[in-house]
Design a protein around this ligand. Sequence first.
Ligand SMILES: Nc1ncnc2c1ncn2[C@@H]1O[C@H](COP(=O)(O)OP(=O)(O)OP(=O)(O)O)[C@@H](O)[C@H]1O
Ligand SMILES: [Mg+2]
Length: 255
Amino acid sequence: MSESILRTEGLTKAFGGLIAVNNVNFTHATGKLHAVIGPNGAGKTTFFNVVSGFFAATSGRVIFQGRDIVGLKPHQISQLGIARTLQVKSVFGGLTVHDNVWIAAQSRTKFLHPFRPATSYRETARRVDQVLDEVGMRDHARELAGNLSYGDVALLEIAIALATDPKLVLLDEPVSGMSPTETERTVAIIKDLARRVNVILIEHDMEVVFGAADVITVMTQGMILCEGSPAEIAKDPRVQEAYLGAPEDEDEAHA
Ligand SMILES: Nc1ncnc2c1ncn2[C@@H]1O[C@H](COP(=O)(O)OP(=O)(O)OP(=O)(O)O)[C@@H](O)[C@H]1O
Ligand SMILES: [Mg+2]
């Protein structure tokens, strides 16, 4: 059996008395588009934050390509090949689309070629063009990121993540706030992407999840509730219960 690119063992993150991620044993289905779903506050983003080193784990291990990466800094984890996007979109609004991606690409190239600036420059330029093509943003290269539509900001964030040439990309609600057309376009891009890079996707849009994912992991209250194919998850009564039982959902229903 081939080793999964990412797995966690007993991964736990507590904020004081609140255990946001509770003893999670997660295995990425390598080569599959893997979605993580669950009600608000289930611990999905915290899980990404611990895997990517933004938060220190309270206990447990994160094994990436056979190596325990717990305790490494976010930039070290990024250099090893894990990139992530943020739930709250954040790009440099005063810079062009091209320059936003350039900065990310450069950080990776400097690491690879510390003493070869000319090679590094050409390599960076090539990568920027490649990832802008990949997310369909080449025509927007000279636009200020601050002038982009909401959907294009989200695509730019994916481009920034790809610019570091990652082996694994963690996408946190990439289509949230998008129009149906933007969502459709972004889902197509993510599906294409998942053919060449490992992708783990947190998403609330069930149409997207069930339409795009190969494997779904359901989290509730910091724990993995169940895992399976979209068909298996769709008919699992525990999943329906988990969503219907979430007080946030009730609030939204009455809002
Ligand atoms: N930095 C933090 N400090 C304290 N508590 C936090 C912090 N980040 C998250 N939490 C808490 O941890 C729990 C899990 O939050 P998290 O953001 O991981 O959930 P989520 O599944 O991503 O939810 P959503 O779907 O709403 O984005 C929540 O109770 C949240 O309030
Ligand atoms: Mg979240």
